[in-house]
Design a protein around this ligand. Structure first.
Ligand SMILES: *Cc1c(COP(=O)(O)O)cnc(C)c1O
Length: 354
């Protein structure tokens, strides 16, 4: 860093994304992207006319995209806010509502503590239970901004909607932000509650279940006043936060519901297979509601599995956190990729048992 860097940023520890190596072609099961391409309707909508229109700024109100999302989810268009990835939406939320303190789970999405540090917010964490589940009543009375992912990452476990409603009722002075990045793979969404509770914000992404991680698109659904808070920040930061091509891709992806459902269906099926077969090989696998599984093997240390898989061309994700250091997070790939993964894990198990 330079000597000019703001004092306030000296202790900031930036987020470390999952690796995207270019040295050879890997089977990428490390960043929870979709193994399937975007809908053909997305591909054909990004045509040369639209590319020529890149000389123009994007619509600062993102009217078409916002209305498409609002129609799909059955909410008012003033209740939708779109961002440059859900990371931007989360960042704006921390900035908008975090100054009375932020609370999130001790093990969850690694960006939460980074945003808190970036904006100099006080934050506390609530511990997961022994079985890695999250007891939402642990957030009671924390005040400020409450943030959690449901289903949670990297565990894949989800909390029932009734427990979210209890949290909202008991903490009317807190903002409750539910990060639903993985909800399409089997969680219960809290969207139905946004009309009833003015302290709820639901955040979604196009990166995991809608095949658009590289387009950078996320959104929030909440009551009109919370959305206007986010717009206040957006229009003080970057009014054109979603680019023209991404806005088109997002609207087309929402409209092609058949494609979306087919991809989600395939991923859920493959997840079932992966879970069962890993268990056959002696892994302890947490029952996942997401597009990844979280698993450990009693005879195979997490770092050994990671290193050996990488040598053999397969990337997975692990975390240097004491309580989960033996666990691996494996993104659900295609069936072919999963077959290859099984073969390679079998080889590794044989190597280590020698
Ligand atoms: C992937 C992920 C995000 C970020 O999504 P983008 O829209 O790609 O920025 C946010 N929250 C959780 C829990 C995630 O896993």
């Amino acid at each position: 860093m330079s000597k000019f860097l703001s004092q306030k940023l000296l202790s900031l520890k930036p987020y470390v994304p999952g690796e995207q190596p270019r040295d050879k072609k890997y089977i990428k099961l490390n960043t929870n992207e979709s193994p399937y391409p975007p809908s053909p309707k997305v591909v054909s909508a990004i045509n040369s006319e639209e590319i020529k229109d890149l000389r123009l700024y994007s619509d600062p109100d993102l009217k078409v995209l916002t209305e498409t999302i609002a129609d799909y989810f059955g909410v008012d268009k003033n209740c939708v806010f779109c961002g440059n990835g859900s990371d931007e939406v989360l960042s704006f939320a921390f900035l908008a509502w975090g100054d009375k303190g932020v609370t999130f789970p001790s093990i969850s999405y690694g960006f939460y503590p980074v945003f808190a540090q970036l904006y100099n917010l006080n934050y506390t964490t609530v511990a997961l239970k022994k079985d890695f589940s999250l007891d939402l009543t642990d957030f009671d009375g924390k005040g400020g901004l409450i943030v959690f992912a449901n289903p949670n990452a990297p565990t894949g476990l989800s909390a029932p909607l009734s427990s979210i409603e209890d949290l909202l009722i008991k903490n009317p002075e807190s903002i409750v932000l539910v990060d639903e990045a993985y909800v399409d793979f089997g969680g219960e969404s809290a969207v139905s509650l946004i009309e009833k509770y003015n302290n709820l914000i639901v955040v979604r992404t196009f990166s995991k279940s809608r095949q658009l991680a590289g387009a950078r698109l996320g959104f929030a659904m909440a009551n009109e006043e919370l959305v206007s808070d986010l717009n206040r920040i957006k229009f003080s930061f970057n009014p054109y936060n979603v680019n023209r091509l991404t806005a088109i891709a997002g609207a087309e992806a929402i409209k092609d519901d058949t494609w979306f459902k087919e991809c989600v269906f395939k991923i859920i099926n493959t997840r079932g297979r992966l879970t069962a077969e890993l268990r056959n090989l002696g892994f302890n696998v947490i029952e996942s509601r997401a597009n990844f599984v979280f698993a450990e093997h009693p005879q195979l240390p997490g770092d050994t599995l990671y290193t050996k898989l990488k040598e053999k061309g397969i990337l997975i994700r692990r975390f240097n956190i004491k309580t989960i250091e033996n666990y691996s997070r494996i993104t659900i790939g295609t069936d072919n990729e999963t077959d290859r993964l099984f073969d390679v894990i079998k080889e590794i198990l044989q190597e280590v048992s020698k």
